[in-house]
Design a binder for this molecule. Sequence first.
Ligand SMILES: CC(C)[C@@](O)(CC(=O)O)C(=O)O
Length: 280
Amino acid sequence: MSEKSPTKINIFDTTLRDGELTPEVTMNLQQKIEIAQLQEAIGVDIIEVGYPGAFPKDFDEVLALAKIIKNSTVCGLASSKSSEIERVAEAIKPANRGRIHLYSTVNLKDRSQTLKNHALNLIKNSITLARNYCDDVEWSAFDAARSDRGFLCKSVELAISSGATTVSIPDSFGSLTPEEFSELIATVVNQVPNIDRAILSVHCHNDRGFAVENSLAALPHGVRQIECSVNGLGARKGNADLSQIVIALSPSPDYFTDINPESCNNVSQLVTQITGIEPP
Ligand SMILES: CC(C)[C@@](O)(CC(=O)O)C(=O)O
């Protein structure tokens, strides 16, 4: 009888990007360098450093870390606007491993065909442009939790056929329970015919206190990347906490990460020192 070997779960840490949206939190370049170097040392797979299109200081931070970090992937966020994509592409150019992370909304104001076609065109064009600059492109289905499921699945299929190598399903406003989020991920996996051609990711917010539970509940459907942050930092009530995710997956018969749970403490302490925010 052959035993199934455990699946590696990529850890995508967004402390430096979504974490900086925590009310009253800001980090300067030196602090971001310190945090990222420690994250690299403990084995974080992808470090999301900033959103250059929204915050000019983030451009310098992504660029600086692209030069310093060698083993982790350095990632910057952009909307579907060409100018934002080009800024991220420029900032990650020196990176050993770089990623462009795109997002566009799948929760449309009305269900008219014109609006749908427009949204689908943005997905296709933005991913095609990003792929001209970088082989590693992630696309996030912003506000997937409150979207029409048929349209969400169509968008994910198009994102993958347009060249997205990772596709993320966020619960952008932390509105779902673990049961509901698990069902959402199952729908995507069952209804998107090319889903196997990309790495499926989740990004959960903690508004109702379910960010960690929701992320873990999605794993049995084939999710291979979890987006999280040190001390659960992030917009409003934050994201899934890195330490809690890593602890839950080690040991686990089905999954593993490259991070040792004890080493999370060092990063957690450093982030507390810098932000004043204690671990959850
Ligand atoms: C980029 C995306 C995953 C986002 O973080 C959106 C954002 O912060 O703008 C979300 O929670 O939906």
